[in-house]
Design a binder for this molecule. Structure first.
Ligand code: F6R
Length: 616
């Protein structure tokens, strides 16, 4: 969740570290800090609570110099949001600093032992305990590398950390334990970068080394030496990243979320690129390591994810069951990992994750691996942990970096990727003919254009809706079948960025409880495309109207009947029913964005949230 950046080279570290943190602020924005070292100026620590801007002002007033440094943006886990709790943290001697992403599960025990040994702590964080532990072992070994190795051996939980010692100004030492956070090392010419995420260093280099679980790196100007935590050397070739750093910049848009909503037509094109053959009526998923024979063996699928990605998994169930006739069970990854699932020899795990670093999703993949079940990651972040551990292969979204904390383009791209996977599975299993696939592919290629139409139409309507409804305290979202997860997603989007309480419900369930909430103040957002349960949705809308609820409907083009029943309606182009959620969700994203904007909320950095959830 927290963002980490480090630099060693000939240039001023402050600029590079702060620039990297700016790219990572979406990961956490409770506080931020840097530690920069220069032989003449010594170790300079600057920390501030609140957003990165505060730290920048602080550095403006008290500049730092030096070509070795590290920085951190924090999403608070242990200890409140105070300057003392901001990273970097120092050891007892003040010569070692540490930044960390993750949680030290046994930190109270470690802290108690160190307090008994006379250590004094100035923060409530688990990271300060790591710094003291590294300092303790440094006293004994005189080597930062050895000290980090020994300190990490005592930690329980999942962590990614970077340490700097003023007595060894030619290096940084990074370590990764578990799945709580990634560490990527960027190799430059005579300079080396380290970060929790790729966008932090893409401005400087595309040549990247990813640290795996239980590995350590000694980072110097010349590059990085990798080893296992037990000291065994690791040899790994760098990978070259193709992401364009410009794509990670906000451009003319007011917010990343707004930019990413508008990027959806492009993202929906990119997810298809090179994967479909309309003439032959076939789908080819380049990175999938399961061939036709293996796909035919699949008897059941477990789809797992968190948050918005879990909603994508819920829609995927409809797609896969309908097109490939394979039964799908959908689980929250945080539940799946602890419920001792009985997977079976014919099972396949599908993990949905934008970041590829969500700790619960990674743990679910590990559970599958332990049971001998292959997994496929439907993932956006190239080279992320999920992409690397998916033994069935990653199915990349190719949506480009998603920076806004509220996921938008990754969600719609996940739906299309899941649909492609369902077609591929149906193709291998013979549940679909080439002619049927051809019809599906035609619908897919028309989707980006239709998404653009939806955006164009929905923006002005949602601005007007926000004007009318921005003061409400509650909202209800209703949908059925594959649009029920879209109701959940609409509610989640509204909650997370506008702080309005919202619930998503299967429309048929409304009368079993939530109907009691309906009065003239409650907006009820009804997703009612013309599909096989359209008539049922209309009855539900009547039930809302009978109780004076405000009906805001999402329907399909030409639906005058719906327009007549609803207080406000947004019509989206029709597509085949399994793809309709890709289009019905877009107005809900735009609605949430407009509401949040009208309420003066911080759209890209909503309170308490972070982009990659690398803690439990
Ligand atoms: C909501 C949102 C989150 C993420 C969830 C999983 O807008 O973005 O609910 O979907 O934290 O993240 P990933 O997809 O990175 O595993």
């Amino acid at each position: 969740m927290c963002g980490i950046v480090g630099y060693i080279g000939p240039r001023e570290a402050t600029e590079i570290v702060v620039g990297g943190l700016q790219r990572l602020e979406y990961r956490g924005y409770d506080s931020a800090g840097v530690a920069i070292y220069d032989p003449a100026a010594g170790l300079q620590l600057r920390r501030s609570i609140g957003k990165l801007g505060n730290l920048l002002q602080r550095i403006g007033r008290e500049p730092t110099v030096g070509c070795l440094g590290l920085g951190h943006t924090r999403w608070a886990t242990h200890g409140g949001v105070t300057e003392e709790n901001a990273h970097p943290h120092r050891d007892a001697s003040g010569s070692i600093v540490v930044i960390q992403n993750g949680i030290v599960e046994n930190y109270l025990e470690l802290k108690a032992n160190m307090l008994a040994d006379g250590h004094h702590f100035v923060s409530q964080t688990d990271t300060e305990v790591i710094a003291h532990l590294v300092g303790h072992y440094y006293q004994r070994t005189g080597s930062l590398e050895a000290a980090v190795r020994q300190a990490v051996a005592e930690l329980r939980g999942g962590n990614a950390l970077v340490a700097l010692c003023i007595h060894e100004p030619d290096r940084l030492v990074a370590a990764r334990l578990g799945n709580a956070g990634g560490v990527v090392i960027g190799l430059g010419a005579g300079e080396t970068f380290v970060a929790s995420d790729v966008p932090a260093i893409l401005d400087h280099t595309r040549s990247l080394l990813f640290l795996e679980d239980h590995e350590l790196a000694v980072i110097t100007r010349e590059g990085a030496q990798l080893s296992k935590l037990d000291g065994t050397p690791v040899s790994r070739q760098p990978v070259t990243m193709s992401w364009d750093p410009v794509a990670a910049a906000r451009g003319d848009f007011k917010h990343f979320m707004q930019k990413e909503i508008h990027e959806q037509p492009r993202a929906l094109t990119d997810v298809l690129r090179g994967r479909i053959d309309q003439d032959a009526g076939s789908v080819h998923l380049e990175d999938l390591r399961l061939d036709d024979a293996a796909l035919r063996q699949v008897g059941r699928i477990y789809a797992t994810a968190c948050g918005t990605a879990w909603h994508a998994a819920l829609v995927a169930k409809f797609m896969i069951e309908s097109l490939a006739r394979v039964r799908v069970e959908v689980d929250y990854a945080s539940e799946f990992r602890y419920r001792e699932p009985v997977l079976g020899a014919d099972a396949l795990l599908l993990a949905f994750t934008q970041s590829g670093e969500t700790v619960d999703t990674l743990a679910a993949m590990e559970e599958a691996r332990n049971q001998g079940v292959p997994s496929i990651a439907i993932v956006n972040a190239i080279g992320s942990q999920a992409a690397r551990v998916a033994d069935g292969g990653p199915l990349y979204l190719h949506a480009g970096p998603e920076i806004g904390v509220a996921s938008t383009k990754a969600f719609t791209s996940m739906l299309v990727a899941a649909y492609l996977f369902a077609l591929r599975l149906g193709q291998a299993r013979g549940t679909l003919t080439a002619a049927q696939i051809r019809i599906a592919l035609q619908a897919l290629v028309e989707l980006p254009g239709k998404a653009a139409t939806v955006i164009e139409r929905a923006v002005p309507v949602c601005e007007a809706l926000a004007e009318r409804y921005h003061r409400v305290s509650n909202a209800l979202f209703l949908g059925r079948q594959a649009n029920y997860p879209i109701a959940l997603e609409g509610a989640l989007k509204l909650k997370e960025i506008s702080y309005i309480h919202a619930e998503g419900y299967p429309a048929g369930e409304m009368k079993h409880g939530p109907i009691a909430l309906i009065d003239e103040d409650l907006p009820v957002i009804c997703i009612a495309p013309r599909d096989h349960i359209y008539a049922k949705m209309l009855s539900n809308i009547e039930q809302v109207r009978a109780r004076h609820g405000q009906v805001l409907a999402i329907g399909t083009d030409g639906d005058d009947q719906l327009a007549a029943k609803a207080d406000r309606v947004i019509l989206v182009p029709a597509t085949i029913p399994l793809l309709q959620p890709v289009l019905t969700v877009i107005p809900l994203q735009i609605f949430a964005y407009a509401m949040a904007l009208r309420r003066g909320c911080d759209v890209d950095q909503p309170r308490n949230l972070a982009k990659s959830v690398t803690v439990e």
